[in-house]
Design a binder for this molecule. Sequence first.
Ligand SMILES: [Zn+2]
Length: 374
Amino acid sequence: MRSPGACARRSMMWTEFIGNRAAVEHLQQLAATAGRERHAQRTLVLAGPEGVGKTTLAVLFGLALNCQAPPAPGEICGACASCRQAAPVASLPELIAAAQAYRTAEVKTSARQQAPLRVALHPAIHLFPPDGDFLTMAQARAIIHQDEIQPDSGQSWTLIVPDFDRARWATQAALLKTLEEPSPGVVILLLARNPGALLPTVRSRALELRLAPVPHAELVAALVARGQNAQTAELMARLAPGGPGRALTLDLPGYQQIRSEALQLLRLGVAGDSLATVFRLSESVRASKEKFESLLEILYSVLQDIVYLQAEFPNRVGNVDCLPELRSLAQRLAPARVREVVEGLDRIQAAAQRNSFRPLALASWTLGLTAEGS
Ligand SMILES: [Zn+2]
């Protein structure tokens, strides 16, 4: 509560964005001139690693374009009728899940082509997240169609396409004409971890802004400024290196609880513990696909730390709050074995995507740790 207007504002502000000031300022300038310049760039690529804030920045840009009372050109007031209609970016996973659930319940399989996955974070800010693994042709058609609809006066359609680098080339190509020159009042933001996977003809039509991982000290300071104590902020920044989006949404107690199960799995495997124990543990993740995926992700992060310790890069370790245990595992697992264990996890992850029986896969993986390893 530093500014007197703080209690009146509802939406996110530019100043809340962590890191990458140059990109932020560039977008503010674009937002300031977008209304006035007929030839303003309206197709943008935001490129950068996962969790760095690409979606947040794209939404901020949309809010700035639609703000009805910007304190200065390109700014966001946070309190006007438009700003107050924005849902928080943090609610995006729930909104996507709700959109998917609605479609599954209400739309017949044969008609899903006509119900492409899209989510509105604001009446004028629409996202087209990967439907399955990537943007579908039906979603591309929805973007083209949206581009053809004239927004209400004073509104700017902001169409955001996360993971556009995962879209098939045919889908990217289908959008070329729209990306070449979006209609007046329409801005298209393509988000990409790997802009090299975009069609060259897409990149040549867009203004590309690169977001870099946020330096550790800057991330820690930002977390402290948001009320975390120094020790927790340090740990969160370690667990989400360079990624403020991931750090801010990290549920630390939840993470630590699942990690203790991940460590137990590794311990059981290395110690050659009984089949029954392994089954009991892996049964515990049976209930929830989400938890199972978290467990896999955390196993990867723990194994990554073990590799860092074996390679003598201890200052790269993320899970610093369980360092003694990691050191012990690093001593007991041969480096070649760690590689095989990671490959085994890759297979489990692939199987999980095909909805194979998950607990059994984990149990056999854990047993495999000892079978050949000791
Ligand atoms: Zn506003």
